[in-house]
Design a protein. Structure first.
Length: 191
């Protein structure tokens, strides 16, 4: 089966999977640097993406290399959203490593360039990652988000995720405290 290219209602948006990304040498060569730019800008603006300070080029390149390698073995899925030749978002899930948890995966990262927030990029990326999870036999897709990230939490709910837990005031950013919200999508249930 050929990997799917997802097109969203956002004019010109194309969502590529890891295999398609690797097949385009120009995009593949620039991917880590472009991803790092998006991640660093978001983190510098206060986004909750797992870093307190913007990640380094090497850190992002190593992380994305690991995810791409896992995607080749069906233990992850990596998606990249482009408007023309410009990366505007990325996301990935990774399968749980324990043998008893292999039918489950965690949507670990979804990052959309702030310049295109609200234009359907996050929805297109998440929908493509959900489809990848279904194709890989994932039964439950989980994620966590900071409680003040209402846009992301609303997006996930609209795509069928439900909250299964919350740690009040768990995340400390300077003097501020935020809930850590856990959501899941049960892919065993028929749509």
């Amino acid at each position: 089966m050929e990997p799917a290219t997802t097109r969203d209602t956002t004019a010109g948006l194309v969502v590529l999977d890891a295999r398609q990304l690797a097949a385009d040498p120009d995009l593949a060569a620039a991917f880590a640097a472009s991803a790092r730019r998006i991640l660093a800008d978001l983190v510098a603006g206060g986004a909750a993406l797992g870093w307190v300070e913007p990640p380094s080029r090497d850190e992002v390149a190593e992380l994305l290399g690991r995810v791409a390698a896992e995607a080749r073995g069906s233990d992850a899925a990596l998606r990249a959203a482009y408007l023309g030749r410009r990366l505007v978002g990325l996301g990935y899930w990774r399968r749980y490593a324990r043998p008893t948890h292999r039918p489950h995966a965690d949507l670990e990262k979804l990052a959309v360039d702030a310049a295109v927030h609200g234009r359907g990029v996050g929805r297109a990326l998440t929908a493509a990652l959900i489809a990848d999870a279904q194709e890989a036999g994932i039964e439950v897709l989980t994620l966590d988000a900071r409680g003040d990230n209402t846009g992301a939490l609303s997006l996930y709910r609209s795509l069928g995720f439900s909250e299964y837990g919350r740690l009040p005031d768990f995340v400390a950013v300077g003097e501020h405290r935020y809930d850590k919200v856990f959501q899941m999508l049960d892919l065993r249930r028929p749509a």
